[in-house]
Design a protein around this ligand. Sequence first.
Ligand code: SF4
Length: 291
Amino acid sequence: MPNYTNNYQLPDYLYQALVANSYDKVPGTLSATGLTKPYRMAELERVHDDEIEIECSDLVYAALGTAVHALVTDHPHPDVQAEKRIIIPLEGLPISITGKPDIIFQKTRIHDIKCSGAYAMQFAKPDWVAQLNIYAWLVRREYDVEVTELVNMLILRDHKKSLTKASATYPPIPIGIINQPIWPDAKTDAFIRERAAGHLACRDAIELPLCTPEERWARETVYAVVSPGRKRSHKNCSSLAEAKQYIARATHKAKSQMTVDIRPGEDTRCIDYCPVNRWCPYYLERYGDIE
Ligand code: SF4
């Protein structure tokens, strides 16, 4: 179990509640969220479980999703099935798959409650789609039903009513409902097997596979063509050569004063959102001096 810090001296009752809400692992299983984690991150978490430090205040947003879930279960609805852990052995591999769908509504509709920024309504999150489809895979096997709906129910923590008038795409209320595609069972089964085999292979690996740029939430280096007195760049290029070519071809009156401002890319998740970065060679080599 990780070590939970309380660097901002939150009252002990809040600290205890946040910590209790966060750790829910079942030995001998891979969870729906664990399966979708990057291989390297998941394996480093497994190996360093007792050494990881998590600041309890970082758990507040996750707790908000749990609080809304508790609100629903505190007011029983005849069509809502209470959260229940499902564990299904994965045939042919020495591991079981586990998951605890937040809400099973009318027996066949799976809803997952999350706390998120309003921006999440604009961008597809492949992990969320996979997580819901893994729940569907579990529910089909546990209850022998056809799953008819997969929904991310988002509590939009930064929703601003004032922005609803400014943009037609901004969510009108602080709750976002995203219907996610239901994969054929064979597709989910293949996905689960591939991910489970990948995670298990990491347990014997000498070198762990590097997280992909998407998994690292990598931002590319930008070569911005700028000139004095202008707030915005003339063009953001993906290479120095492209930026120099742009200047060479420019007909703008500021051409002679144009320079290239290199804005280094970075891996946002590695720097700010990876609990095991201090054991990751990639992080240490690239950002080791950041503290
Ligand atoms: S620091 Fe980056 S590359 Fe290393 S495990 Fe974490 S997310 Fe992956």
